[in-house]
Design a protein around this ligand. Structure first.
Ligand code: PHE
Length: 450
């Protein structure tokens, strides 16, 4: 069975692909926007704590279950137990996960479409084609639809190609380029007037705010979203990992890369916001809340690029191109969840499954666009704030209670014969059993009860 499935051919390829899944709009659009609307540094602090203490252990649960089963989430969770109820609930969780992954993709494709549109807009501006430039950077239904469809077609195209030729090859090349661009932009923005005020907001926490339940649930959702957790993506990527890999190590690398990029994006976007404000752009309403959260970075960044003169147009093209790619390495992992399920459970051919499922998701996306004001925020918060952490709890419970301790250890030992004596084995098993589910549940209940 494993032989007929795709597999990553190198550790670098896997880390880049999993980091590619993790690093995306969540880091550069989601995290900085949330940080900006939740008090900057307070959000950063809570995000960091939750990412290391809850998201990393949950990521490990997914990678271990996935690699153990070498199968999609539904089959993997179903096969963990021989008790019918537990097994059926596992399969149900897998399906719920892939529905959430598909819904995430349906809003993700819209924002990713904006990235392409802004890249194209900058190109048009450089070439002096004003009408195209303003059409592709202005908010309109035809623009949104066109670029969403374009982005979905790219996602489907790559997924039709399979794991090695599609996912791995792309991630390896483009992820490093994204990181370098981000660092250069970050260095540049810090030299501009107003940037220091943004830096202060980002780095000096108001500890009072850090304890607000709203902030904590937002940070938890952001961490789970950013690490692509709960929806079976990481589980599937784990299932394509060769047995010789040391799981806690590669999982740790992916987590570090992901968090690092989110934090860097904060160093870019928050100062850029204050630079834009310094230049007269309105960002906050008189009551202090962000004016248009969803499109914040599309206001702030072009403003930043404009300060650079002609080179700004070039930087803008590069930046939005790389962002589109970062979004693509994430969106392919979302589409892979339902597609792998259709292939493995229903024997549907990869190409067909990719086009069919991708087509349905594009339709849902078009539906969201028709009533953007109401539906967009609703789908974002239902999927990322609530479903992802909830699914995370269930996956931790399956890794901690349903999967046998011995099987867990064997899985870890394959990549590290001394796993039994390591720190990970001393802490993680009970941690993922008790601490993770309890804390996530507590945060969850607290936020629902208000
Ligand atoms: N982690 C991705 C990002 O930060 C989003 C994602 C969520 C990807 C869920 C796959 C599954 O942009």
């Amino acid at each position: 069975m494993a032989a007929s499935r795709g597999e990553f051919s190198s550790r670098f390829g896997f880390v880049m692909a999993a980091a590619g899944s993790a690093v995306g709009l969540g880091n550069i659009w989601g995290f900085p926007t949330q940080a900006a609307s939740n008090g900057g540094a307070a959000f950063l602090l809570v995000y960091l704590v939750l990412a290391f203490t809850l998201a990393y252990p949950a990521l490990m649960a997914e990678l271990i279950i996935g690699r153990h089963a070498h199968a999609n989430a539904t089959r993997a969770l179903r096969s963990l137990s021989s008790r019918p109820l537990v097994s059926r609930f596992g399969a149900f969780t897998g399906i719920f996960g892939l529905v959430v992954a598909s819904l995430i993709l349906s809003f993700y494709a819209i924002v990713a479409g904006w990235m392409i549109a802004f890249g194209l807009g900058s190109l048009a501006q450089l070439l002096g084609i004003e009408s195209v430039a303003s059409w592709s950077t202005g908010f309109s239904l035809p623009r949104n639809l066109l670029f969403m469809l374009l982005f979905m077609a790219l996602t489907i195209g790559i997924i039709s190609e399979g794991v090695h030729r599609g996912i791995e090859r792309w991630s390896e090349r483009l992820m490093p380029a994204l990181l370098i661009t981000l660092l250069l932009l970050m260095a540049y923005v810090l030299t501009l007037d107003g940037a220091m005020q943004g830096l202060r907001v980002y780095l000096l926490p108001d500890f009072h705010r850090a304890l607000s339940p709203d902030l904590i649930i937002a940070a938890l959702g952001a961490a789970f979203f950013s690490l692509s957790l709960g929806v079976g993506t990481m589980l599937i990527y784990g299932s394509y990992l060769p047995d010789r890999e040391n799981l806690p190590l590669v999982g740790g690398m992916v987590t570090l890369v992901d968090i690092f990029i989110a934090v860097c994006a904060g160093f870019l976007i928050l100062p850029a916001m204050y630079v834009a404000m310094h230049n007269g752009v309105e960002i906050f309403s008189p009551s202090g809340s962000l004016l248009s959260e969803d499109t914040l970075i599309f206001t702030v960044l072009p403003e930043l690029f404009a300060t650079m003169g002609v080179p700004g147009a070039l930087v803008s093209i590069v930046f939005f191109f790389l962002m589109s790619i970062a979004a693509l390495t994430s969106s392919i992992s979302m589409l892979e969840a339902p597609v792998a399920y259709a292939i493995e459970e229903h024997g549907i051919e990869r190409r067909k499954a990719a086009w069919f499922i991708g087509g349905i998701i594009a339709l849902v996306s078009a539906g969201i666009l028709l009533d953007f004001g109401t539906l967009f925020g609703l789908v974002v918060s239902l999927t990322t704030r609530y479903s992802q952490p909830l699914l995370g709890i269930i996956l931790c419970i399956y890794a901690g209670w349903v999967m046998q301790r011995n099987a867990l250890l064997q899985e870890l030992k394959q990549g590290n014969p001394r796993a039994e004596h390591g720190l990970f084995w001393k802490i993680w098993p009970w941690y993922v059993r008790v601490v993770c589910p309890a804390i996530i549940l507590a945060i969850f209940t607290r936020s629902i009860l208000g």
